[in-house]
Design a protein around this ligand. Structure first.
Ligand SMILES: Nc1nc2c(ncn2[C@@H]2O[C@H](COP(=O)(O)OP(=O)(O)O)[C@@H](O)[C@H]2O)c(=O)[nH]1
Ligand SMILES: [Mg+2]
Length: 691
């Protein structure tokens, strides 16, 4: 397998709103470069990047896809990411390992919510990049309005380095504003571009656009700026150097255009990637303790696993970016994230789902590893002595959950195995058994994410499951002090049972759980039976008294009672303790408690009013609001019971632009009417079960 030095590798993450043409543009670049034999189509389910069963069926990207091609002697590694918000984890991982981003936007739609979102990520990552306006052949394609949108949203350092010639079905080529040359594309061909005269009608516009670009290029460097201010121009050489410096440093984002479905424009996009975007040895990558990792092929390897491809034949294939040194097939390495030895199996370069064996993967490059024992996505493979772990962006915390259960009794284990595997493959998905509610909860990034998990369980692991509303882990407690007797007496033939207990119960502060005090004097209840009384109380608290939920924050004191020398036993006193406790609770104003969640909601300013109104409707208490750029962040405390599918609701309320995080805060009393309903439901369920 041919190896490229890092200076001749470009690792580019393709990001953008859903359906902005990323997958098709990848396909067009790969085909134009001769890396694949024909141009696949998203509609036909035969593209290089969308090969997963779910992707083919839904015609959308769900996972990032990795492929490469060679253009002008340079290896371009493309990481095609999904556009749906549910799969942002893959976008963040791709941006972590790439040196630059290619942001796709539709000529017939312009800047969309997802464009805004990925722009934020690209900025947070401090990455340079370029925009490609795709789908230029579409009926309502409008390059100028797309460009206007880019300026409006992302500022004036977004510069076209091309102007389209024609639009919609008349789109036929571009003017390259750097070279001041025009090209006509071969439609539905092999990706050729034939030099033509600049159309007279576009000349003036092209000159003006070029002048603006020169001005921006001058801004990339103080000396150039001085020169420009003096002479009002730059030499060709100065201009190009300034432009390249401006793009590489992330000050200038060039804009190009293309029609990937007709294989038009990809060659010039690749030219720009090679010319302007930074090489793999110039990106800044760090260990988690802040040391920069130099890009050198020699020395111990340091690589980061950012993707898992599960393959029916080879098993798990992990895709890794090598930062330092060289990965060699069969070599011993160390998983520094888990501090465990690991051995490499075969190595591959990947082309979507296809792979080619290779002996080595060098610093700067991307490749796949198989047969690793413990390594998972987000792990670092490095040398044991350094212990270095590669720094990565925190992935989003889950925003939605559901209770999952197998459709067929006895499929629990199968479901567990499947969920465990899926969790290993996807760091934004989580599985948590809830002992309190006896449900298995799955956590994800949105309804589509969970829906796809359900599909995969069926398709790959053969287990049908249902998703349900998670039960709320309410708790019970008391509000007053009360006393009661529990007397257990049974005479059946031979030896009877006798236990008699007086209990005093009183509320404890929230979170204190339980306290038991032995206040018996004079041995009216012998010492040896006291622990049995406590056991009876504890067991009753676990089961709940009023609505079947665990009771908490109660102090119980045994202060009186009586016993029988023959008939008393531990069992009898346990029962008596339980009876006394239940009787006391009835008199102690029992109440239900519910979990309250700390919620942070981030929305564009204009939705703030709606979101706050909605939160009040959910019994939320607003704690405060603050402004972060064009966004408002609301913090509120809201009962968990009111937040089922909140992320879906928030997205629809904010045109997909709101997001939220949550964490459990504390427990509070459930308002009377709501509590009455929950208690009534519990009683009905118990009666139904006893029938
Ligand atoms: N007419 C036309 N359609 C395109 C072009 N590029 C992509 N599409 C279509 O746009 C839709 C989204 O494309 P896709 O590459 O899956 O977008 P992604 O979600 O950003 O990966 C698909 O239906 C594509 O066939 C193009 O150049 N022209
Ligand atoms: Mg896609």
């Amino acid at each position: 397998m041919k190896q490229f030095p890092a200076s001749q590798i470009r690792n580019v993450a393709l990001v953008g709103h859903q359906e902005s043409g990323k997958t098709m543009l990848s396909e067009s670049m790969l085909y134009t470069a001769g890396a694949i034999p024909r141009l696949g189509r998203v509609e036909d389910g035969n593209t290089t990047m969308d090969y997963d069963r779910e992707e083919v069926a839904r015609k959308i990207s769900i996972h990032s896809g990795v492929a490469w091609c060679e253009h002008s002697g340079t290896k371009i590694n493309l990481i095609d990411t999904p556009g749906y918000e549910d799969f942002v984890g893959d976008v963040l991982l791709a941006l972590d390992v790439a040196e630059s981003a290619l942001i796709a936007i539709r000529a017939d739609a312009g800047v969309e919510v997802g464009t805004d979102r990925v722009w934020g990520f690209v900025q947070d990552h401090g990455l340079p990049g370029l925009f490609v306006v795709t789908r230029m052949d579409k009926e309502h394609a409008n390059f100028d309005s797309a460009l206007e949108g880019l300026h409006e949203h992302f500022g004036h350092n977004v510069h076209p380095i091309q102007l389209p010639i024609g639009s919609g079905d008349k789109f036929r080529g571009v003017i390259d504003l750097v070279e001041m040359k025009a090209y006509e594309f071969e439609k539905d061909g092999k990706g050729g571009a034939k030099p033509i005269e600049i159309p007279a009608a576009l000349k003036e516009r092209a000159e003006a656009a070029r002048k603006e670009m020169i001005e921006s290029a001058a801004e990339s460097d103080e000396k150039l700026m001085e020169k420009y201010l003096e002479t009002e121009t730059l030499t060709e050489e100065e201009f190009r150097a300034g432009l390249a410096a401006g793009v590489t440093s992330g000050q200038i984002f060039p804009v190009l255009c293309a029609s990937p479905a007709h294989n038009m424009g990809a060659g010039l996009v690749m030219d720009a990637i090679v010319k302007y975007l930074p090489a793999a040895d110039t990106g800044h990558h760090y260990t988690s303790d802040g040391k920069e990792i130099p890009s050198e092929t020699k020395g111990a390897p340091a690589a980061y696993v950012f993707k898992n491809i599960s393959d029916a034949h080879v098993g798990d294939m992990l895709v890794a970016r090598v930062y330092h040194g060289t990965l060699t097939a069969g070599a011993d390495v160390h998983n520094t994230t888990r501090n465990t030895a690991e051995r490499l199996g075969q190595l591959y370069v990947v082309q979507g789902k296809n792979r080619q064996e290779t002996n080595e993967i060098h610093a700067g490059d991307i490749g796949a590893l198989v047969k690793l024992k413990i390594t998972k996505v987000c792990d670092t493979l490095a040398d044991k002595a350094s212990g270095a772990v590669i720094r990565s962006t925190p992935l989003p915390t889950p925003s939605i959950n559901a209770a999952i259960a197998p459709m067929t009794k006895g499929d629990d284990e199968k479901m567990g195995t499947g969920l465990h595997r899926l969790q290993d493959e996807d760091p934004t998905f989580d599985v948590v058994p809830n002992a309190e509610t006896h449900q298995t909860l799955i956590y994800g990034q949105g309804e589509l994410h969970l829906e796809i998990i359900v599909h995969k369980l069926k398709e790959r692991f053969g287990v049908g499951v249902t998703l349900d509303k998670p039960r709320i882990p309410y708790k019970e407690t008391i509000r007053k002090k009360a006393e009661a007797q529990g007397r257990h007496k049974k005479q059946t033939g031979g030896r009877g049972q006798f236990g008699d207990v007086w209990l005093r119960i009183e509320p404890l502060p929230r979170g204190k759980q339980f306290e038991f005090v032995d206040g018996v004097v004079g041995g009216v209840v012998p010492n040896k039976f006291i622990p049995a009384v406590e056991k009876g109380v504890v067991a009753t608290m676990e089961m709940g008294v009023i609505a079947g939920y665990q009771m908490v924050d109660v102090k119980a004191t045994i202060y009186d009672g009586s016993y029988h020398t023959v008939d008393s036993s531990e069992q009898a006193f346990k029962t008596a303790g339980s009876l006394a406790f239940k009787a006391a609770v009835e008199k102690a104003s029992p109440v239900l408690l519910e979990p309250i969640v700390n919620l942070k909601v981030k929305v564009p300013d204009e939705f703030l009013g709606d979101v706050m109104g909605d939160l009040s409707g959910r019994r939320g208490k607003i704690q405060g609001t603050e402004n972060v750029g064009r966004f408002a962040v609301v913090t509120a405390q809201v009962p968990m019971a009111e937040l089922y599918k909140y992320s879906t609701h928030l997205r629809s309320m904010t045109q997909g632009r709101g997001s939220h995080t949550r964490e459990i805060s504390h427990y509070e009393e459930v308002p009377r009417e709501i509590a009455d309903k929950i208690i009534a439901e519990h009683k009905a369920a118990v009666e139904a079960a006893n029938k």
